[in-house]
Design a protein around this ligand. Structure first.
Ligand SMILES: [Mg+2]
Length: 414
């Protein structure tokens, strides 16, 4: 059988993930409007069930406002550990379909299905089987699947008929299929960029495709050409092999091995600060913290833990990291100390953080330092404590890492 498409990419995204799990676990919530989020203070809606959405409520809306708009809604506090558990089940199902699974968040992944028609049939059949397998494995949750020849079009397709959708866009028709869609469906175009595109007179993806690429570059910079390419249904990016969700890490091979608790904690603090800053800049929060130590004889040791709720506050990351140190049995010395934040969840609204109010002052302080670092560079905000350890600062090798494309999954629906 000759493959009809040069590449087959599937994007699979659970429907109203957190709310659907609450309804799955508690049958009395089924068929009723559910808002997942903290009922206290200035909390925001993390996910609204589909029964609540006709009232106009959705993710990132302040909870108080959502309650006024949908007074019958039942508010349930989030249970992230449970969501993480279901996420593992989903990712296992995906890996039955393809060795090339790129997890984007807890409930969303790309699957490269190129060459799998022999096994699963035509693209529509592939999508149908993924949906059935997810429903069976989770005990009834629904997922929306989009299939096309590129990551970008597959992603737009999965959102096209939510919930429980299946949308197949043959590569030859991708450009025409995209054309009538609003520019909010352009990957990587946030609200500011969308406004900018409207201001230059373009309303639909088809308008962008028909525009002069030189004009787009002049008005929007390099992003203009990026949007032009997407609008033509082109996207050369491959599905990366990444079974777990993204992570942001910071680790250092030290100029001098460390052994004492104080020295290790000092290194963890530097890592936590760097990770917290990058999480905030990318508008992500982490559900998991991992600590990594490498012994002087190159043994790599790791310990990790899931949090009760996601955070982007360095102080929170650090306290978990310090706690994890108790779980290492090795006496050291260590030549590398590092930390990573994983199981990242998107936090679209950095201001309304009711759920994460555990340390609002601490977060404000860290944000103030972010702004200083942006203006004057990281050295200016180096901690006073670091200044007392100049010898440790100079010869370490910094190995910060960041999964790329972290900010390119706009239009998220959970
Ligand atoms: Mg989703």
């Amino acid at each position: 059988m000759k493959p009809a498409w040069p590449r087959i990419v599937a994007h699979a995204d659970m429907d109203a993930f957190y709310a659907a799990i609450e309804q799955l676990d508690d049958p009395s919530l089924r068929g009723r409007p559910i808002l997942v989020g903290s009922p206290k203070g200035r909390g925001v809606v993390l996910t609204a069930s589909y029964e609540a959405r006709p009232y106009g409520v959705g993710s990132a809306l302040p909870m108080a406002k959502a309650r006024r708009m949908c007074p019958d809604a039942i508010i349930t506090p989030p249970r992230f550990k449970r969501y993480q558990q279901v996420s593992e089940t989903i990712m296992r199902v995906f890996s039955d379909f393809s060795p090339d699974v790129e997890a984007i968040s807890l409930d969303e992944a790309f699957l490269d299905m190129t060459g799998s028609e022999q096994l699963f049939g035509a693209p529509e059949k592939i999508g149908r089987q993924i949906k059935d397998a997810i429903r069976d494995a989770t005990g009834g949750l629904t997922i929306s699947v989009g299939l096309s020849g590129t990551k970008y079009v597959a992603k737009v397709a999965s959102a096209y008929q939510k919930p429980d959708g299946l949308t197949v866009v043959p590569p030859s028709t991708a450009k025409a299929w995209l054309a009538p869609l609003p520019i909010s469906r352009l990957w990587g175009a946030g609200p500011k960029t969308q406004k900018r595109i409207h201001q230059i007179g373009l309303q639909t993806i088809g308008d962008v495709a028909a525009a002069d690429p030189k004009f787009l570059a002049a008005k929007l910079g390099s992003a203009g050409l990026h949007f032009y390419t997407l609008a033509h249904g082109e996207d050369p990016r491959r599905v990366a092999r990444r079974r777990t969700s993204k992570s942001i890490g910071s680790e250092r091979t030290l100029g001098k091995d460390v052994r004492t608790r104080a020295d290790i904690e000092h290194q963890l603090r530097r890592s936590a600060d760097a990770i917290g800053r990058r999480l905030r800049r990318k508008h992500y929060r982490a559900l998991g913290v991992r600590v990594k130590l490498k012994t002087s004889d190159f043994q790599l040791l790791t310990r990790q833990r899931l949090l009760d709720e996601p955070t982007d506050v360095a102080q929170n990351l650090l306290s978990v990291g310090v706690d994890l140190l108790h779980e290492f049995r090795h006496p050291g010395p260590f030549r590398l100390v590092g930390m990573a934040a994983y199981d990242l969840v998107k936090a679209d609204d950095p201001v309304q953080l009711g759920l994460f109010q555990d340390r609002p002052k601490r977060r404000n302080l860290e944000e103030a330092i972010d702004r200083l670092a942006e203006r004057f560079g990281n050295d200016v905000v180096r901690r006073a404590e670091d200044l007392c350890r100049p010898q440790a600062m100079q010869i370490d090798t910094n190995l910060d890492f960041l999964d790329e494309d972290l900010d390119e999954t706009g239009n998220d629906d959970n």
